[in-house]
Design a protein around this ligand. Structure first.
Ligand SMILES: [Zn+2]
Length: 167
């Protein structure tokens, strides 16, 4: 089902600017808010940071190289597709996610009510049981671009292992 032990660890970070007239998506979940994240794709910082953490753990080039943002194929792309592609790339090297730990840096909106849905969404994308996916949200206490509500950022750490021998 899932990796027996962690062999590799990777970290990913991302930040996107908040803009009026965009839909806010975090972890593949639509969040009710008066603005959303600006980006070539849907701007989902959680999925982008997670994808980079997966690629980092596998020793592969980052999402900027794999999915160039000047490539029209990725315009307004659903970032869930991107994460699925990355999981497939990692699997080609014989790895699978063992766990993921995510910190969302956002002054607003309050994300508590969405944490379980995001956890389940991410678990589904990574083929992990939800208890191996952790989502935390932190404000920046009014400091910097995140603190002023101009952006939302994310930090993700992913463990990779070899699939457990099920034979
Ligand atoms: Zn991004």
């Amino acid at each position: 089902m899932h990796a027996a032990s962690i062999e590799r660890v990777g970290v990913g970070t991302d930040i996107h600017r908040l803009e009026v007239g965009r839909i806010l998506k975090l972890g593949g979940i639509e969040i009710e808010f008066d603005r959303g994240l600006k980006g070539h794709s849907d701007g989902d910082v959680v999925l982008h940071a997670t994808a980079d953490a997966l690629l980092g753990a596998a020793g592969l080039p980052d999402i900027g190289e794999q999915f160039p943002d000047d490539d029209p194929r990725y315009k307004d792309a659903d970032s869930r597709t991107l994460v699925s592609s990355v999981v497939a790339l990692v699997a080609e090297l014989g790895f699978e996610p063992s766990n993921v730990d995510v910190v969302i840096h956002a002054e607003r909106p309050k994300l508590t009510a969405y944490k379980m849905a995001m956890r389940q969404s991410l678990a589904g994308l990574l083929a992990l049981p939800p208890e191996r996916v952790n989502i935390k949200a932190k404000t920046h206490e009014g400091l910097d671009a995140v603190g002023r509500g101009e952006a939302i950022a994310c930090t993700a750490v992913v463990g990779l292992g070899r699939p457990a021998n099920t034979s």
